[in-house]
Design a protein around this ligand. Structure first.
Ligand code: UDX
Ligand code: ADP
Length: 463
């Protein structure tokens, strides 16, 4: 089967960039991205592509090239489903906030709604592709909905997990380490797999495209994220030991990273990992393991989250302790709110939890982030429901300029590793702050010696 029309349900951090790159690389395929959210689609269609709703380096240029040619954004979900041969599901799968599995299992209500909608509309055979990260064996549930509520139409379900990381989404998509496609081992399943392999072959070498059965593909995504997150929690665990023993975690990371069996990536000690995937996927893995009665497996992976929570709390405690055990009424400036650099995404960002702890200690928080809006920061804090929105509004000040944000502060805390922070005139910042002036570098991006030479009391992570 030759694919000429693709639809993607969900115009978020995964669906938007992925479809933009498919459209750019496959001009012969019409790609329509649909979403229920009218504002989001309007933003994707904004004539000025700098205003698209997701900030990713290089993305607005790709959208400018392909939009209107073979890339379309629309709220007309039904029409796009009807026309497409392949439907990607890229909707959100947050951790459940209610009922069985609350706080652990993935909430599949959006996925199920999509499946029901596809079943209702489809009049011809279709390939349905799971793009969102899902619990292992979700494809089975989707298949059951499609087969039992459809119009006799044949569906093939493929799992094609997305491995892009935010902030580098475009380069990850253009030059992926691998593409993973899981499908049925039946002849129809193999045909569907091959059709999707053909799409990716337009720009990815064939030997980087792996095909597996559906369950392996689904579980590989959870496993990859669990391993990556585990590396961060492992190095963060060492960072605490380094602080007690006089070792330096950056030196330890470098030394172990040169062992080719370990490798140097994902060994950067930090205030803790954030993002929409790691915590959610590990909790999901823990839930699945528990549901099969595998308590040792569940406990093993849960420890990665426990360590990460500890690291965030340890950072806020360190700030309080260093500032003479009280931060009440002190101005503490956060540089960065996003969960990592080069993204405007704040989901599960360490900044939210550190701010919450410090506000509980009655600190006055000022924030500067190059890409995150004030309303987003306040809604992140409101989501924790620790205090009223009005209180959050009164206690958090947001600046468009880092120097203004740091003016008169008792301490600066670096929560995101934005490159621009390294290029600041730190002497100027020092001069404008209360003395002694403290810097808590939650990302280890500044040079301790240089900061101390200026006069700062500098504390990084793990040294
Ligand atoms: C992750 C996976 O990398 C990606 O493959 C998957 O598709 C989605 O989840 P993402 O969450 O977008 O991607 O970003 P990632 O670069 O993995 O960073 C996650 C968090 O870990 C960030 O908060 C980052 O700052 C932190 N991190 C990363 C560290 O603290 N240290 C490191 O060495 C690497
Ligand atoms: P991700 O990071 O996984 O891409 P996002 O929350 O950024 O997650 O994007 C998911 C998108 O899916 C949201 O814009 C949401 O409005 C959309 N969505 C959820 N359910 C449906 C649905 N049934 N039909 C269309 N769009 C949906």
């Amino acid at each position: 089967m030759k694919i000429t029309k693709i639809c993607c349900i969900g115009a978020g951090y995964v669906g938007g960039p992925t479809m933009a790159v498919i459209a750019q690389k496959c001009p012969h395929i019409q790609v329509t991205v649909v979403d229920l959210n009218v504002d989001r689609i309007n933003a994707w269609n904004d004539p000025n592509t700098d205003n698209i709703p997701i900030y990713e380096p290089g993305l607005s240029e790709i959208v400018a090239e392909a939009r209107g040619r073979n890339l379309f954004f629309s709220n007309n979900v039904e029409k796009a489903i009807d026309e497409a041969q392949v439907i990607f599901i890229s909707v959100n799968t947050p951790t459940k906030t209610y009922g069985k599995g609350k706080g652990m299992a993935a909430d599949l209500k959006y996925i199920e709604l999509c499946a029901r909608q596809i079943a209702k509309i489809a009049k011809e055979n279709k390939i349905v592709v799971e793009k969102s990260t899902l619990p292992v064996r979700t494809a089975e549930a989707i298949k059951s909905i499609l087969d039992n509520t459809g119009n006799g139409v044949q569906f093939q379900i493929l799992s094609n997990p997305e491995f892009l990381a935010e902030g580098t989404a475009v380069t990850d998509l253009l030059d992926p380490d691998r593409i993973l496609i899981g499908g049925d081992t039946t002849p129809e399943g193999e045909k569907a797999i091959n059709a999707l392999v053909e799409v990716y072959s337009n720009w990815v070498e064939k030997d980087k495209i792996l095909t597996t059965n559906v369950w392996s593909s689904e579980l590989s995504k959870l496993t990859a994220n669990a391993f990556l997150a585990q590396r961060i929690s492992s190095i963060n665990a060492m960072s605490e030991l380094c602080e007690k023993t006089g070792a330096d975690v950056n030196e330890v990371a470098r030394a172990i990273g040169m062992d080719s069996r370990i490798g140097s990536k994902f060994l950067k000690s930090s205030v803790g990992f954030g993002g929409s995937c790691f915590q959610k996927d590990i909790l999901n893995l823990v839930y699945i393991a528990k549901s099969y009665g595998l308590s040792e497996v569940a406990d093993y992976w849960e420890q990665v989250i426990i360590m990460n929570d500890h690291q965030k709390r340890r950072f806020s405690n360190k700030i309080v302790q260093t500032l003479y055990n009280t931060v009440a009424d002190k101005k503490i400036t956060f540089l960065g709110w996003a969960f990592k650099k080069d993204t405007n995404d704040t989901r599960e960002s360490a900044a939210i939890y550190v701010a919450d702890d410090l506000i509980n200690e009655q600190a006055k928080i000022s924030v500067y982030d190059p890409k995150v809006s004030r309303s987003k920061m306040l809604s992140d804090l409101d989501y924790l429901a620790t205090r009223s929105s009005t209180e959050n509004e009164n206690l958090v000040q947001v600046f468009d300029d880092a120097y203004a944000a740091c003016n008169n502060a008792h301490a600066v805390a670096i929560l995101t590793e934005w490159d621009e922070f390294k290029t600041y005139d730190w002497k100027k910042i020092y001069d404008s702050m209360q003395k002694p002036a403290f810097v808590f570098d939650g990302r280890n991006i500044l040079d301790k010696k240089e900061m101390e030479a200026i006069g700062f009391v500098y504390q990084g992570i793990g040294s």
